[in-house]
Ligand binder design. Structure first.
Ligand SMILES: [Zn+2]
Length: 250
């Protein structure tokens, strides 16, 4: 069984690609095709999956989302109910919905950036307990016993300063023990990473924040554009949720 080469890890800015069909599958949620390589991000780490289009010899096929299957195979789920005319071992061209993905990339890097902005505004390394990305907004949940509303101007000021500094965003693969140590200085840990994972993909906003992450990111913080806080809410048990947008054009 062949796995899918993950082109989005080689180039997060890849919009179009060529591939070959490997398998046609019917899952509970519908039909789709596995490709030998793809630029479609299959979702994960809070980042939603990509959507887009494939072109085969028989015509155009709309893809509503990609999904990772066991064995490292990425299936591309057909948007239409009727199965398209598509065969295995056939060349295809693909294109992801780039506006959607690029917004998610900016939001994803913004979420990492904001983790440290919140910590600096609070004045101590609060623990981030969850996050969620949409194209329209980002949320972060963290341990904080009261309202962060009074801190909003400070958080925004810190965050937008780092956007303005246009810091580089890098990706490194590290041995687990090395990553564990490296992330300490950024107040991040590998606590929730399954113990069988031996190599860790570390995404760093240069000198600002680093954590283990499997998502796609912009190359520099300047691409994020202005970050604006939208709302806050207490989630109970000392967990505070903030929501923000980061998708205005820089
Ligand atoms: Zn991430």
């Amino acid at each position: 069984m062949n796995s899918t080469r993950l082109l989005y890890y080689e180039d997060a800015y890849l919009k179009e690609f060529e591939a070959e069909t490997l398998e046609l599958l019917e899952l509970e949620e519908g039909r789709g095709v596995v490709l030998n390589q793809t630029a479609f991000y299959p979702g994960g780490g809070g980042q939603p999956p990509d959507r887009g289009t494939l072109w085969t010899a028989e015509g155009e096929v709309k893809i509503r989302k990609a999904k990772m299957l066991p064995g490292g195979r990425v299936i591309h789920m057909f948007a239409e109910q009727a199965a398209p005319r598509i065969k295995v071992n056939q060349p295809v061209k693909g294109r992801i919905d780039w506006d959607y993905r690029y917004t998610l990339m900016r939001n994803h890097t913004a979420a990492h950036l904001m983790a440290e902005a919140v910590r600096q505004a609070v004045g101590e390394p609060v623990e981030i307990v969850g996050s969620g990305l949409e194209a329209k907004k980002v949320r972060i949940d963290f341990a904080y016993p009261s309202s962060t509303r009074p801190l909003f101007p400070k958080i925004e000021e810190i965050a937008n300063k780092v956007v303005g500094e246009n810091r580089e965003v890098t990706v490194k693969i590290m041995e687990r023990a090395e990553a564990e140590k490296y992330l300490e200085k950024f107040h991040e840990s590998l606590r929730i990473l399954p113990s069988h994972v031996k190599h860790v993909r570390v995404v760093e906003i240069e000198g600002w924040h680093a954590c283990a992450c499997g998502g796609t990111h912009v190359k520099r913080t300047g691409e994020i554009g202005a970050i604006k806080l939208l709302s806050r809410a207490s989630k109970g048990k000392g967990v505070e949720r903030i929501e923000f947008v980061a998708s205005q054009k820089p």
